[in-house]
Design a protein around this ligand. Structure first.
Ligand code: ZN
Length: 167
């Protein structure tokens, strides 16, 4: 049996992180804010980081270097494609980096990211903004608890106020 206090499937884990690229440029960080929560084993975070978290305890600090294939995927060589602005809802403020899903020809949902917003058209890219990037995570584990049954059913953690997400 694994130590019940360590990170394993079914645990909600809180952690602080700083994400940098190969050049050491900070891409994202939780520093100065709330730690991030995720449900271990539910693919809430990129697979390469989830694997590195396994077995760690509260207070552990770790560094993980995650290749694109275990991160946000390899970059597909394609130019961003224009879509008319009025194909998007009026009441949503569109920003570069925003993710949405478009229905493909066979009815499957295809994830797309906004690359550029102009008055009449919006350029979309099938690549996650961090596709093709080797991710350097510096992580500190700040909390580990058992997921509730509801969280396990949903496949993600709920906040201290209970069920506050929107889907
Ligand atoms: Zn939920």
């Amino acid at each position: 049996m694994p130590n019940p206090d360590t990170i394993q499937a079914g645990k909600v884990v809180s952690f602080h992180y700083t994400l940098t690229d190969d050049a050491g440029k900070v891409l994202d960080t939780s520093s100065g804010g709330q730690p991030m929560d995720y449900l271990h084993g539910a693919e809430n975070i990129v697979p390469g980081l989830e694997e590195e978290m396994d077995g760690h305890a509260v207070g552990d600090k770790l560094k993980a270097i995650v290749d694109p294939e275990s991160g946000y995927g390899e970059r597909i060589a394609t130019d961003p494609q224009p879509i008319p602005r009025d194909a998007f809802p009026d009441d949503v403020e569109l920003r570069p980096g925003m993710q949405f899903a478009a229905e493909g020809p066979d009815g499957d949902l295809i994830p797309l990211w906004i690359a550029k917003v102009e008055t009449e058209q919006v350029f979309v890219d099938p690549n996650h903004p961090l596709a093709g990037v080797t991710l350097h995570f510096a992580v500190e584990i700040t909390g580990i608890r058992d997921a509730t049954e509801e969280e396990q059913d949903h496949g993600h953690p709920h906040g201290p106020e209970g069920h506050v997400h929107t889907h």
